[in-house]
Ligand binder design. Structure first.
Ligand SMILES: NC(=O)c1ccc[n+]([C@@H]2O[C@H](COP(=O)([O-])OP(=O)(O)OC[C@H]3O[C@@H](n4cnc5c(N)ncnc54)[C@H](OP(=O)(O)O)[C@@H]3O)[C@@H](O)[C@H]2O)c1
Length: 248
């Protein structure tokens, strides 16, 4: 599987925990060069050190995806240090579920800023390099919530539907540049994501649900590796996966 992974320069946002960190570990073990972005500098630096100690090549760049200048700096740092960017994984996200009637305006703003604008900024930062290379792969992380809306999940679902719409539009537009696009939509995966819920009753319900059904983060990492490892003329556009136990 690692044939088309070895040596690729892969930039991952939200690499300080959960799905991003698991993906960094798997792809590094398969020979990819990993560039880690997130706000928690200590976390991504220690992950970069861990990957390097195991014989990999990695770089940590502190990044807030709500700031385009910082996302551009992340991608440009990858290109400066490693000469190119082969894969951009727009993974950073949060899920502060709450019923709309609670009017959690700040949560709505943050969710839209990170989950939608962060993805757009990732596209904007990577696309000029990939167009020039006439090669590259943009992977955007949506969710089961990009396919289904649930009570208390309207804003999150709206952002994840938006990620799928943006990705499909991007897929159609970038044909002239020989670029690939993949949407990955996970179900419940055990990460720190439930910690982003700010309403205590909703957080309790989600933590209970995750405790019952969530699967390990390497499930996501394997889906990423599958998409990247295909021959360059094969474009895996969308992957939706869930824990076998999850009905939602
Ligand atoms: N776990 C699931 O069940 C599940 C299911 C479907 C979809 N997803 C999606 O998967 C993605 C990854 O989430 P996860 O489950 O791995 O959760 P997680 O463990 O909470 O990780 C979220 C990551 O996003 C980063 N992040 C948050 N705000 C950021 C910002 N402003 N700038 C840069 N990075 C930021 C965090 O890093 P810092 O705090 O260090 O910045 C962290 O690395 C999200 O898009 C999420 O919606 C997860």
């Amino acid at each position: 599987m690692s044939d088309n992974i070895k040596g690729k320069v892969v930039v991952i946002t939200g690499a300080s925990s959960g799905l991003g960190a698991a993906t960094a570990r798997l792809l590094s073990a398969q020979g990819a060069v990993i560039v880690l972005g997130a706000r928690r500098a200590d976390r991504i630096q220690s992950l970069a050190d861990e990957l390097t100690a195991k014989g990999g090549r990695a770089l940590a760049v502190t990044t807030d995806v709500t700031r385009f200048d910082q996302v551009k700096n992340l991608v440009d740092a990858a290109v400066r240090k490693f000469g190119r960017i082969d894969v951009m994984i727009n993974n950073a996200g949060l899920m502060p579920h709450s019923p709309l009637e609670r009017l959690k305006i700040e949560d709505w703003d943050r969710t839209i800023d990170v989950n939608i604008k962060g993805v757009l900024y990732g596209i904007a930062a990577a696309l000029p390099h990939m167009k020039q290379q006439k090669a590259g792969h943009i992977i955007n992380v949506s969710s089961v919530a990009g396919h289904k809306v649930t009570p208390a999940g309207a804003v999150y679902a709206a952002t994840k539907h938006a990620v799928r719409a943006l990705s499909e539009g991007l897929r159609q537009e970038i044909k002239p540049y020989n670029l690939r696009t993949t949407i990955i939509s996970p179900g419940a995966v055990a990460t720190e994501l439930p910690d982003s819920v700010t309403e205590p009753d909703v957080a309790d319900r989600i933590r209970k649900f995750y405790t019952e059904v969530a699967i390990p983060a390497d499930s996501f990492a394997r889906a990423v590796a599958f998409a990247i490892s295909q021959p360059e003329d094969v474009d895996i556009n969308e992957i939706l996966f869930r824990p076998t136990r999850q009905d939602l």
